[in-house]
Design a protein around this ligand. Structure first.
Ligand code: ZN
Length: 432
């Protein structure tokens, strides 16, 4: 059944006992009874409305038979005639002093449509955490890339149960770093992911409903038992966007001449009788302005821009077709897939190369040694645009290079060697 008068969380009116709310159950957990731990004392929830505002919800022991079967994580419900209690604990999972109480007059109905966020993340920047400007009595969501995974610790907890603990660091897009400790089920989830993905070298994690703890003047995000949520490399918007932001967005290639490497331009044929584009069902013909030839089937080629930053500034590198192909072990054409021929014939260059294949983010987790060329034009105009001449993943070359640059005088030069460690780039000018 649909309901017309939906009250948003921000508009909750405590004087009314006849509200209807549409809420997604973002998180649901059961609190055990203090005395008999096998018995459920209450159901606790984090609920979210279509604006992404969150509130906690609770079903007390008395009403468990009435509601338990109606409530599940990730479902959407209408809550009719909820009651509202105040949140007593000083530490809060969401920024709201009220909570939804499912009581005697409350009704719950299932709903299938929800025009709100999927998970309701609200990320806190590491900077805010490090500077103590984040509210530490409120749970936080963080996203970052995993570094420095420590050996997994196994120990007996207070109840004598074997428990695991995983500790690592996460780095955000600004390069800020903080520690993370996963306990019990979250540590198990992480270990399980590692075992199932032995070839994966890059881990982007989201930790939702985490608690900030300070240890030796350093902040750490700790999992809250049962409440926290851990996402590892999931195929969700926030993680894909995080991965992408290491690469300067689009386009990642172009249609190239069959003889040279130059980009071809579509030819607009002028007929005796003008035709609209829709009527124009002939395949597009392209022209190379260098070779002065018409090209019917240009070759899709890579031209990937990588934007990276270190303490000296931001630099853009361009990875051209030959080196990209060598590195990715796939051609631009293969990456476009079966759509390639049709895209060429109907002149869809822009849409094809604007659509960023997530596969390209695999470029980013390895160590690279780059040999790059800087043209006189780039130098004269102080442009930070460097074309990659050669790229290597050879450990020897990389370590030789980093030793070399430590001792060399950094100078302005026509040839520059760049060392890329993971996502951090250091650029060093070396005189050859
Ligand atoms: Zn050409």
């Amino acid at each position: 059944m649909e309901h017309n008068n939906i009250t948003l969380i921000k508009n909750i009116d405590l004087t009314s006992d006849d509200l209807t709310m549409k809420l997604k159950i973002v998180r649901l957990w059961k609190l055990p009874d203090h005395i008999n731990k096998r018995e459920v004392y209450s159901i606790e929830m984090i609920l979210m409305d279509e604006e992404g505002t969150k509130i906690t919800g609770t079903v007390s022991k008395r009403f468990l038979p009435k509601f338990t079967h109606l409530l599940n994580e990730n479902i959407i419900i209408f809550v009719i005639k909820p009651n509202f209690g105040s949140v007593r604990s000083s530490y809060k999972y969401v920024d709201n002093t009220n909570k939804v109480v499912f009581g005697s007059s409350t009704k719950v109905e299932r709903c299938n449509v929800f025009n709100g966020p999927q998970f309701g993340f609200s990320f806190t920047s590491f900077k805010a955490i490090l500077e103590h400007s984040a509210d530490e009595d409120l749970s936080i969501d963080v996203i970052g890339e995993v570094h420095d995974l420590q050996p997994i610790r196994t120990f007996l907890n207070g109840e004598g149960i074997v428990t695991k603990q995983a500790t690592f660091k996460i780095q955000d897009l600004k390069g800020e770093v903080m520690s993370v400790t996963l306990f019990s089920e979250y540590a198990e989830q992480y270990i399980d992911y590692l075992q199932k993905h032995p070839k994966e070298v890059r881990f982007i994690v989201i930790l939702q409903f985490e608690r900030i703890k300070w240890f030796q003047a350093k902040p750490a995000a700790n999992t809250s038992y049962n409440v926290s949520k851990l996402f590892i490399n999931d195929d969700i918007e926030e993680i894909i966007t995080f991965k992408k932001s290491f690469i300067e967005n689009k386009p990642w290639g172009y249609f190239g001449c069959t003889k040279c490497y130059k980009k071809v331009e579509p030819l607009i044929l002028i007929d005796d009788k003008p035709k609209s584009i829709a009527e124009f069902d002939e395949p597009t013909i392209y022209r190379c302005t260098k070779c002065l030839i018409d090209v019917r089937t240009p070759i899709p080629r890579f031209r990937i821009k990588i934007r990276v930053q270190d303490h000296t500034g931001v630099v853009s590198l361009t990875l051209f077709d030959r080196e990209a192909k060598k590195l990715l072990k796939v051609s631009a054409k293969d990456l476009i897939g079966s759509h390639s021929k049709e895209a060429i014939q109907s002149n869809q260059e822009v849409s094809v190369f604007d659509d960023y294949p997530p596969f390209l983010t695999t470029l980013l987790q390895k160590k690279f040694a780059f040999k790059i060329e800087i043209s006189r034009f780039v130098l004269d105009h102080s442009l930070s645009l460097y074309g990659i001449n050669k790229i290597s993943v050879d450990d020897n070359i990389i370590s030789q290079l980093s030793q070399k640059v430590d001792h060399e005088q950094v100078e302005r030069s026509y040839e520059v060697t760049v060392c890329l460690y993971g996502n951090d780039i250091s650029i060093y000018a070396i005189t050859f």
